[in-house]
Design a protein around this ligand. Structure first.
Ligand SMILES: *Cc1c(COP(=O)(O)O)cnc(C)c1O
Length: 380
């Protein structure tokens, strides 16, 4: 007997029906299957081209070798939290672990957003923010970003955040990405501080710092000391980007202990699997690997941005591990041309930037291959 689709959607909550599923970067095997290509590179999901620290591999091998796959992981993540507490010089009670930092963004939404409440974020911000709001049937308040001709084109305008917030009393949660994905743009410490000073204490400000390590130290904001002064501030970080373990899913939040306690109430008892915990501990221990990753990224960011600008393309200012490139025309054919040459990058149409593509910075050889494929795609 076939099921009437209507009966399956009749009782679906309206927020859920409105959701457009997140569209991830294309996996390498998918392109291999689709086009019968053998040699494919993926520069589409801001992963670390150096992979992970060799220490991560060793720790994982050891852990699997111990044969503890049948046991539940440590649901409190005790050891990882101890390491993070030492690394950030913060009490473990202020740390919450997530299955990726995505988990924590959703927890915040689950705790603070809902019908009659609003979640505020910038235009051209991370795609997960509207999803997190909609899943809770909360309204999304999208703050206009800086215009295309601004020095920080399409970046977060925190003065506009403050004005919008002052004009409405229903906002309970604010998402700020610094640096932002998909633009790569960043905000100064002065801008963030000035904004925090205007936010009512019951409004939670989630500062999403997935790309923090990639920033030039002179441009970075260290928001950690502000946690004392602003109990409503929540900082999220991830092991998916610079630490190179996106496949395992580990992230965390630094917050007031009260918020950490609330976050703990809504998470699954075992939201971090054991291998993710083990890998994150080992990753955190190898700061030399982090330095190498930063070095490569900074050098390639400058080199690739310059090469793209020489081709007359618009490159948004980036302090992340990707560049968002404007072509002044629909970028879909260029995206297709790159795919046909085995190079996966991210189209930006779903972000409202159909003339742009986002390319993750790879190794020097990968970036050269991207440039070559780009030149070929542009000339056909
Ligand atoms: C990649 C990314 C994250 C991290 O996602 P994980 O769930 O930790 O893998 C968070 N925020 C932004 C803006 C990102 O680009």
């Amino acid at each position: 007997m076939s099921t009437e689709p209507e009966s399956l959607t009749r009782n679906v909550l309206p927020g859920i029906l409105g959701i457009q599923a997140y569209s991830p970067g294309m996996p390498i095997d998918e392109l291999q299957r689709r086009l019968g290509l053998a040699d494919v590179i993926k520069l589409a999901s801001n992963e670390n081209p150096l992979g992970a620290s060799p220490r991560v591999r060793d720790a994982l091998t050891l852990s699997v070798g111990h044969g503890n796959l049948a046991l539940y992981p440590d649901g409190s993540g005790f050891r990882l939290k101890q390491k993070l507490a030492a690394y950030h010089d913060i009490e473990p009670s202020r740390i919450t672990l997530g299955n990726g930092s995505n988990d924590l963004l959703e927890f915040l939404s689950r705790i603070y957003a809902g019908p009659g409440r609003a979640v505020m974020f910038s235009d051209f911000a991370f795609a997960v923010y509207p999803l997190a709001a909609q899943a809770q049937h909360a309204q999304s308040v999208i703050v206009p970003a800086y215009p295309a001709d601004h020095a920080m084109a399409y970046g977060h305008d925190l003065e506009a955040f403050a004005r919008t917030l002052a004009g409405r009393g229903d906002v309970s949660l604010v998402f700020i990405a610094n640096p932002n994905n998909p633009t790569g743009t960043w905000i100064t410490p002065q801008q963030i501080l000035a904004f925090l000073e205007q936010v009512p204490p019951q409004v939670i400000v989630a500062l999403d710092e997935a790309y923090w390590d990639y920033q030039d130290p002179a441009l970075r904001t260290d928001a950690r000391p502000w946690l004392e002064r602003f109990p409503n501030l929540v900082i999220t970080r991830t092991f998916s980007k610079i630490y190179g373990i996106a496949s395992l899913r580990a992230g965390y939040a630094l917050s007031h202990a009260t918020v950490a306690d609330l976050l703990n109430r809504v998470r699954q008892p075992f939201n971090n699997n054991n291998l993710a915990l083990v890998a994150a501990e080992a990753a955190l221990d190898d700061q030399e690997f982090v330095r190498r990753s930063i070095q490569l990224n900074t050098a390639e960011r400058e080199r690739l941005a310059e090469s793209l600008r020489q081709r007359g393309l618009k490159v948004l200012p980036s302090q992340a591990n990707f560049l968002t490139v404007g072509f002044g025309r629909d970028a879909a054919p260029i995206h297709q041309g790159l795919l046909e040459r085995g190079v996966i990058v991210r189209p930006m149409g779903s972000y409202g930037l159909p003339q742009f593509l986002r390319v993750t910075l790879g190794t020097t050889a990968q970036n050269d291959r991207f440039l070559q494929a780009l030149d070929q795609s542009l000339s056909t």
